[in-house]
Design a protein around this ligand. Structure first.
Ligand code: ATP
Ligand code: MG
Length: 469
């Protein structure tokens, strides 16, 4: 019995095949020489852990071992263990969400590289005359959005700055003007608009490096150099690649949704599938893409804060692209985070109203904020803010009556009255919603909806994250 608990060198010499192990190699592969040797020199003492285990483990990684020997030099084995544990914990902390290490690499290496590359290729020196502005697509508080085209390199000076009315003709008729873009004019003289435009530009550059597939391709910005039709001298314009004709909101407006988006999402019509199931499959595909994109965005430390069908463009190839990052916040470094400020769409906004509790102070300087950010994320899970909005989008896709603005408003007052408990809402609602799609497959859709549309609750985690969803 004693030899089992603390074997002598004799028993170990007989049984060394059983006792020598490595985390990486199988038992029989392990070179046990040094182990038995050290035991022989101290008979009766159970000294293999941690001293020789450390040596053994490190012998598998000669480079790390030599580096460690250089760093830890004269340290005892216990101190070496302490060093390794400390280094491991530091690594875990720096790579935990929102990724202090990756963020630092992005800020101090990738961003300057992108800037240099863009300068070389001329991307950072866009001009007013590089684009022709077409129809107005929308107007928010801080900007007006237009469709447009890139003026080809061989265009004449008159084509570059056409007289009023001619621009549109060129857009429609000239084959050379085929690269479509979206232009957002940042409003001039509106309080907060300039700041909003700068943030939107910053977030687009950041995401173009960290998660380009989640958002519209950002082409850059320019400042108008003179007054001319829509241009106001000194006004900033942001430019994106045109990603698609319709947003998810446009598709939802059509009574035939989700069949109107089926061939875009799947590249074909789902034949032979029963109709309710078919609708569910389409919605599931859209929802999966929204959640995957949100996960990637949240992994970078960014919370969008304005997730809604009107801010989701569907590309020709059935990819979902998030747009409109003017209200986004980067909680890795506190970018565009002002305590107590809320700029939200009340129809999609979660009950907590703010990404972080109101008492959270203004962010410290960026490097310090970045160092503290894993703690902030662990304590507050700010990403769950967007997940509530994604839940509302899911309900709108699955419950036809909620696609109307008036019904959505009624839903919002009803859900508030039951403290954001979707199961209670189901029992008490007067809206008579059709829940067939959500109830399919033992209510999997309903289950997801209840976990997205909920209060934050205890420890502020009472809602599914994009990763969990
Ligand atoms: N990259 C893009 N590709 C295709 N369409 C786009 C793109 N970006 C924006 N749009 C279209 O322009 C509209 C407005 O864009 P955006 O949401 O960025 O601006 P906004 O300031 O919120 O304006 P609004 O309040 O009208 O939505 C979108 O709803 C969409 O139809
Ligand atoms: Mg918008």
């Amino acid at each position: 019995m004693a030899s089992l608990l603390c074997p002598t060198s004799a028993t170990l010499q007989q049984n060394h095949r059983i006792l020598c192990f490595s985390p990486l190699k199988s038992i029989s592969q392990v070179n046990h020489f040094s182990f038995t040797k050290s035991l022989k020199s101290t008979p009766g003492r159970c000294s293999a852990f941690p001293d020789d285990l450390l040596e053994q483990s490190l012998s598998q990684f000669p480079i790390i071992k030599s580096e460690l020997d250089t760093v830890t030099g004269e340290l005892t084995d216990v101190q070496k263990w302490g060093f390794i544990v400390f280094a491991g914990l530091t690594w875990i902390y720096l790579t935990a969400r929102p990724g202090v290490l990756v963020g630092a690499i992005d800020a101090y290496l990738l961003a300057p590289l992108q800037l240099g590359f863009d300068n070389l290729t001329g991307r950072r020196s866009l001009k007013r005359s590089d684009f022709l502005v077409g129809d107005k697509l929308g107007e928010g508080s801080f900007g007006i959005v237009y469709s447009g085209v890139i003026v080809p390199k061989n265009a004449s000076p008159e084509e570059r700055v056409p007289k009023r009315g001619k621009a549109k003709t060129a857009l429609v008729n000239d084959d050379r003007f085929k690269e479509k873009v979206i232009l957002k004019k940042v409003k001039v003289g509106v309080q907060g608009a300039e700041e909003f435009g700068d943030y939107e530009e910053w977030f687009n550059y950041r995401l173009s490096r960290a998660a380009p597939e989640t958002c519209a391709e950002f082409l850059g910005s320019f400042v108008a150099d003179q007054n001319n039709s829509q241009f106001i001298k000194g006004g900033k314009w942001l430019v994106w690649k045109f990603e698609g004709d319709r947003t998810l909101a446009d598709y939802l407006k059509d009574r035939s949704f989700p069949l109107n988006i089926e061939s875009v999402m799947f590249g074909r019509v789902l034949q032979g599938v029963e109709s309710v199931k078919r609708n569910a499959l389409i919605i599931k595909q859209i929802m999966r893409q929204i959640i995957t994109s949100l996960k990637k965005i949240h992994d970078t430390g960014i919370v969008h804060r304005d997730v809604k069908p009107a801010n989701i463009v569907v590309t020709k190839r059935g990819r979902i692209k998030l747009i409109d990052f003017g209200a986004a916040t980067d909680l890795r470094i506190g970018k565009n985070y002002v305590p107590n400020r809320t700029l939200l769409d009340p129809d999609y906004c979660p009950p907590e109203l703010y990404v972080l509790p109101e008492e959270t102070p203004s962010p410290p300087p960026e490097p310090i904020a970045a160092l503290l950010s894993p703690i902030l994320w662990q304590l507050n899970s700010p990403d769950l803010f967007d997940m509530y909005s994604a839940g509302i989008a899911l309900l709108q896709m699955a419950i036809p009556s909620l696609r109307s603005e008036a019904y959505l408003k009624n839903f919002n007052s009803e859900i508030k009255a039951v403290q954001y408990d979707l199961n209670k809402w189901r029992e008490r609602t007067r809206l008579r919603p059709d829940l067939t799609i959500l109830d399919l497959e033992s209510g999997r859709g309903w289950d997801l909806a209840t976990k997205l549309i909920s209060q934050r609750g205890f420890l502020r985690r009472g809602r599914l994250s994009a990763a969990a969803a």
